[in-house]
Structure formats: C-alpha cells, structure tokens
Design a protein around this ligand. Sequence first.
Ligand SMILES: [Zn+2]
Length: 157
Amino acid sequence: MKINISGLSEGVHRYVLAKSAGELGLDSNFTGDITANITLEKSIHQFLAIVNASVKGVFICDRCADEFIDIITTTYTAVYSCDHTEETEEDDDYHLLRNDENMIDFSSSIKEYILLSVPVKLLCGNNCEIPAQILTAEPLVDARWEKLKNLGKTEKN
Ligand SMILES: [Zn+2]
C-alpha cells in the first residue's frame, strides 16, 4: 500500500489503495481486501496523511459463540516529514522521510491500526443470548463455603 510522492504538487491528493488481508500479514480471520482511502496533503516540508481503512473479518461471538462477519474500520492521521533540521523523534504517527525516499508505504501502519480497532468484546449484534446450557448449569459454589456447610453438619451430629 504505497504512494509515489516524487514530483507530487503541493496541495491535497486522494488515493484509494487495496491489498489482500493475507498479503498484509493479517490473521486468517480477516478476508478479502483491505481498502484504504488516503488523503495526502503536501506542504513544503511534510505530507499529512489521513487514512481511512476497512477490512472484513470473521469473528466468533463472545456471547453465543456463533460466527459472524464484521467490517473493521480505522481512521488515523500521520505525518511524513522531510524536514531533518527539527529534532522531532519518530513515532507511530510521525515519520521522517529520507531525502531520496520517493514512496510512502502505509502497509505496516494500516495493519497496526486495523488490529487496534478490533473490539475487545466481540458481539454478533443479533441481540443474541447466552446459550441455555450455560444459564441452566449449576451455579459455581465456592469451595470454602462448601467446607463451612459440612462443618455445620458434623457439629449437629
Ligand atoms: Zn452472538
């Protein structure tokens, strides 16, 4: 997922990039292509990128254990700077471009942001319920409480 920045004029440029989830190195529960809409704004010393990416995934519902399909979307901004005089350290959203670099590769950051956007709690959205066998199962009894109950019995006898 690369954009050629050599000879790019100042101003706003829009791109749509796609790459298969597997090629990007995402887990096999992600299927099809990752699509990224990228707005790249070039100014004198830097490129400001607004990235909006989405990919389809097959997940297991945390509540009913059914498989369901969800679209994971992520939006983030990143700066690619050509200004090496500034003493700014590189981080996830701030990258320094070498003078001879004419490509911006978004692959690893898109992958990272997609993975961060997967919800911690995966629910199928069908208003599903906890399977009946779990609800009717005997409630867990604290082992210590059980011991106390037995103690009471022995005293009575
Ligand atoms: Zn469910």
